[in-house]
Ligand binder design. Structure first.
Ligand SMILES: NC(=O)c1ccc[n+]([C@@H]2O[C@H](COP(=O)([O-])OP(=O)(O)OC[C@H]3O[C@@H](n4cnc5c(N)ncnc54)[C@H](O)[C@@H]3O)[C@@H](O)[C@H]2O)c1
Length: 253
């Protein structure tokens, strides 16, 4: 893929920086990796899916394939960023899993796995990266969800993980601000990715949701990626601790 870089607008100050993006083989994470690359960022993409190698190679960037619940995998991404570029400026936690079931039917194992991937692993990666981010006055974006503060039958434990991630983001923004580190949260609505392929494949569900989205369309990964790029750029240099919905207006209806 030919990559052209730009330096102004949502790419302000990004050229020459280094980012770790988790979930980089997924719909949103791969779009974020591509958007940051267009701003001149070297991205270390991390994912459990081996396709992450292909995605990152096409962007001229680096990949780590592994399960984030293993602390060594997150550390490997940080080490690779430092070895390749000598710095780490940005961490984007986009890896995530969803379990669609009535809450009363979820197994202990699935419940714990949701929290382990969506909350504990994201938080651990931030802790592991903080020393490097202090040096660069870096920036963190966590991808939560609109379901963090809504009651959504069928994904109740998932929503609880996203509430926890959102609250961690606010608290970390308060604690890390003194180092010049900004921490923001993006709350996507319905984005067409492998995660939502099943529900958005159901005509009745699609129509019901579209009727509630003021912009009358679902999003793609790029719609989220541009907002993440803005948040980690210098254009958002005085923005920290926010939760920014990217939902076509769904949350106001
Ligand atoms: N698609 C949506 O509508 C939507 C809405 C709100 C929030 N989100 C959130 O956005 C993020 C990205 O979702 P997506 O839609 O791109 O889904 P996706 O399934 O396309 O991508 C998620 C990626 O995370 C990776 N991953 C999962 N567990 C991992 C682990 N333990 N270690 C390493 N990698 C792991 C997967 O392999 C996958 O590539 C998720 O956190 C999701 O909860 C998505």
């Amino acid at each position: 893929m030919a990559v052209t870089t730009s330096t102004g607008g949502i790419h302000e100050g990004l050229a020459g920086r280094t980012a770790i993006v988790t979930g980089a083989a997924g719909g949103i994470g791969s779009a974020i990796s591509a958007a940051l690359t267009r701003g001149g960022v070297h991205v270390v993409g991390l994912d459990a899916d081996p396709r992450v190698d292909e995605v990152m190679t096409s962007l001229g960037c680096s990949a780590v394939c592994g399960d984030l619940t293993d602390a060594a995998v997150g550390q490997a991404a940080i080490d690779l960023a430092i070895t390749r570029t000598g710095r780490l400026d940005v961490v984007v936690n986009a890896a995530g899993i969803q379990k669609r079931t009535d809450a009363v039917d979820i197994s202990d194992e699935d419940f714990h796995r949701l929290f382990e991937v969506n909350v504990s692993s994201a938080f651990r990666l931030i802790r592991q990266a903080t020393k490097c981010l202090i040096e660069t006055k870096g920036s963190i974006v966590n991808i939560a969800s609109l379901s963090a503060d809504r009651a959504v039958p069928g994904i109740v434990p998932y929503g609880a993980t996203k509430s926890a991630l959102t609250q961690l983001g606010k608290g970390l923004a308060a604690e890390l601000g003194r180092y010049g580190i900004r921490v923001n949260t993006v709350a996507p609505g319905y984005i067409e990715t492998p995660m939502t392929a099943d529900v958005l494949g159901e005509e009745e569900f699609r129509t019901a949701k579209l009727n509630r989205i003021p912009l009358q369309r679902f999003a793609d990964g790029d719609d989220v990626a541009d907002v993440v790029t803005f948040l980690v750029s210098d254009a958002a240099r005085y923005v920290t601790g926010v939760v920014l919905p990217v939902d076509g207006g769904y949350s106001i209806t």
